[in-house]
Design a protein around this ligand. Structure first.
Ligand SMILES: [Zn+2]
Length: 309
């Protein structure tokens, strides 16, 4: 399976910053050690261009991000200190989602070992998100004439507020978010379908709610391509999650989303989104499960084709 990584574009953070930057390189090493990718399939994405970013963000916001002219308040809201390297990395992370979309259209599934930056609004960043990779990639694929309709399936524990804001009123990209009702962001935007969950929600309720929302979303979306945010933060050991979903429950989530899309003939680009487990290895485990599930489906698809021809 084709997998895009951008962890070598380092985002400089002050010592003790609570963002788990280490998860990205750990995940790439894990992917690399487990035969997920064939030769040449573990790739560095292109940086998204201004033109691509401007399909999702305002010119004023892009200009101020690029030139380092965000206000202190805006920088605090993003949660990373501004640097040119932050801008570079954000472009590559969105490029990874676009790369995964293009590869998924050809092979059924592909993944970005970053992205899922769903708190980025058209005119501001928030919650460690600078550019909204899902909206940028969706509109790039549409502009290239490769897909008309998309669905964003956002299972990160935090609501996809930026994605909902950017894509509001755009009938060609359907947004579904399942998230903690009482978690950040405290003011929720309106996705096409929202499934808010109470604190402490465990596997059965999480999966039942997901299944219902997913079927409704896919029926309504009539999509040619899905972008799946496989956030690791609904995990019971997450510091910020407030839910009680186990690793096994999250593996079942991946299987449900990916197999349901496969059965409907919808290719899927998998992105990582959040994950803040007390032990970063747990976050990497959960993300790796998602990648592995998608890679197995690519393998069985290839095997199936050989069998039938
Ligand atoms: Zn999150």
């Amino acid at each position: 399976m084709k997998v895009f990584y951008s962890d070598h574009f380092v985002l400089p953070l002050p010592e003790g910053h609570r963002f788990p930057m280490a998860k990205y390189s750990m995940l790439r090493e894990r992917v690399s050690a487990n035969s997920i990718c064939g030769p040449g399939e573990l790739r560095t994405p292109h940086a998204v261009t201004d033109e691509e970013i401007l399909r999702a963000h305002t010119p004023d916001y892009l200009k101020r991000v690029v030139s380092g002219n965000l206000t202190d308040r805006e920088v605090r809201r993003i949660g990373f200190p501004w640097s040119e390297r932050m801008v570079k990395r954000s472009r590559r992370a969105s490029g990874g989602t676009l790369g995964a979309c293009l590869a998924a259209l050809e092979e059924g599934f592909a993944a970005n070992l970053a992205g899922g930056t769903h708190h980025a609004f058209s005119d501001r960043g928030e919650g460690y998100c600078v550019f909204n990779d899902s909206a940028i990639a969706a509109r790039a694929v549409q502009a290239a004439g490769l897909a008309e309709r998309l669905v964003v399936v956002d299972t990160d524990v935090h609501q996809g507020n930026g994605t909902a804001e950017i894509l509001r009123g755009d009938g060609s990209v359907f947004t579904f978010s399942i998230h903690g009702a009482k978690n950040f962001p405290f003011h929720k935007e309106e996705s096409d379908i929202d499934a808010p969950l109470p604190d402490g929600t465990a596997d059965t309720e999480f999966l039942t709610t997901l299944e219902r929302g997913l079927q409704t979303a896919l029926d309504a979306a009539d999509a040619d391509l899905a972008i799946y945010l496989a956030g690791a933060d609904p995990f019971e050991g997450d510091r910020l999650g407030r839910l009680s979903v186990t690793k096994r429950g999250l593996a079942e989530r991946d299987r449900m989303v990916l197999e349901t899309c496969r059965d409907r003939g919808i290719p899927v680009a998998v992105t990582m989104a959040g994950g803040y487990a007390r032990d970063v290895k747990d976050t990497v485990d959960v993300h790796f499960q998602s990648i592995k599930c998608a890679a197995n489906l690519v393998k069985s698809r290839v095997a199936g084709r050989i069998h039938w021809t």
